[in-house]
Design a protein around this ligand. Structure first.
Ligand code: ZN
Length: 402
């Protein structure tokens, strides 16, 4: 009797647990788009995919009327959503919609502002308080200070001048400025971002704003202010939390700016923080370092198989980004003997592959020389007779003491 009673409690508990997971961990998300000086038809479905990929969000895309259309027709019920993502730069919304958006955020709604969303609505006071910083649209000193880092010091600069600029598109290093924020916790202090615009000279009210990460706008690298410009920001407005990413200029298919694992990861983490104030997502194993850009053309976390397939065709003229992925995977598996052995087996498979390039084999021999076990030894011994690989193979065997 007692046992049955206990079982019932356990079963009821499990049911509550599972239904709680189902109902509470998927955050309904509204992506607003429809007008932009950017390719919103490319970017908005990608933003949806990036968010949905986490399993935390369920996003719908809502488009406004076209430019010059009747904005009264754009009347979203914000209360149905936990998160609003703004991928919009165009005509003013109706006053009713503006007020509803302000109420939504004041009452605790989460917001993500993406790239040119900070160009929007220069005359809408609350919107600019939510973005913190903005550019273009005749913004100047009347709209608030420039905010940036100079020589590692945060500067609030009230000097006169227009807001918003960017030089040539380029790869650039992103520097984490606040490392203990839930969004940035565990990310490298420096990581290389895929080719993108480097938004500079943003200015705005900058109230209740934290700059999580910056990028140096080096004039020698294609035009810039020689300042560390804000790239990732958080803002609070009323009870609402806002994540603002200035990155991610979209080409067809997203391009390197959106495919960058750094862009994807910070967007996913920023979105979760905007909804809950915390981040439960792990830093993915393919997150870039300062050494190389890592792209996900399919916006899904790269599998090891994909990384290995890419590495087998490596030659020294190419970036070693896929190797960096494998290296970070090895690091993340420290202490997991079975996992490391599985990884070693995959490495040996590529090492002996007929299609694998000599350069790729050299890279793998170098990795195996320190993380390999007895398992690798026969395959490495076979390579000693290969004139092109003899030195690397012998070196690996010495390290492995065989
Ligand atoms: Zn852009």
């Amino acid at each position: 009797m007692k046992k049955q009673y206990l079982l019932l409690i356990v079963a009821a508990g499990l049911l509550t647990f599972f239904s709680a997971c189902k109902n509470e961990t998927v955050y309904k998300t509204l992506i607003i788009t429809g007008q932009n000086n950017h390719n919103w038809k490319a970017s908005s479905p990608i933003l949806k995919q990036i968010l949905d990929e986490t399993g935390l969000f369920s996003a719908v895309i809502m488009t406004t009327p076209d430019k010059g259309g009747d904005m009264k027709a754009f009347d979203p019920d914000f209360s149905k959503y936990k998160l609003v993502v703004v991928d919009y730069n165009g005509d003013s919304w109706s006053e009713k919609t503006n007020n509803a958006f302000v109420e939504f955020v004041k009452n605790g709604g989460g917001v993500v502002f993406y790239h040119a969303a900070n160009n929007s609505f220069p005359a809408w006071k609350e919107y600019n308080e939510m973005t913190g910083l903005g550019g273009w649209g005749d913004r100047n000193q009347k709209d608030g200070p420039y905010v940036y880092y100079k020589n590692d010091k945060l500067v609030t600069d009230t000097s006169a001048g227009t807001g918003g600029s960017h030089g040539k598109r380029r790869e650039y290093l992103v520097r984490t400025r606040i490392t203990d924020h839930p969004i940035t916790r565990g990310l490298p202090v420096r990581w290389l971002h895929g080719t993108d615009e480097l938004y500079s000279q943003l200015r705005g009210p900058a109230k209740n704003m934290q700059i999580l990460a910056t990028a140096f706008a080096d004039s020698a690298a294609g035009g810039g202010t020689m300042r560390d410009e804000p790239m990732l920001m958080t803002i609070t407005f009323g009870k609402g939390r806002i994540f603002h990413t200035a990155m991610g200029h979209a080409d067809e298919g997203g391009g390197p700016a959106m495919q960058c694992v750094g862009f994807i990861t910070t967007l996913q983490r920023g979105a979760e923080w905007a909804v809950t104030g915390d981040v439960t997502q792990k830093v993915p194993w393919d997150f870039p370092s300062a050494a190389g850009v890592v792209l996900r053309p399919g916006f899904k976390e790269m599998t090891l198989e994909e990384a290995f397939a890419n590495i087998s065709s490596y030659d020294i003229t190419k970036s070693t980004k896929n190797l960096s992925c494998i290296q970070s995977k090895i690091r993340s598996m420290a202490g997991d003997e079975q996992g490391l052995l599985n990884l070693e087996k995959m490495m040996v498979k590529v090492l002996v592959g007929k299609e694998t390039t000599v350069d790729a084999k050299k890279l793998l021999l170098r990795e195996l020389s320190w993380m390999g076990s007895d398992y690798s030894v026969p395959a490495i011994k076979d390579l000693v007779s290969n004139a092109e690989l003899k030195d690397e193979a012998e070196f690996a065997l010495t390290r492995l003491k065989k």
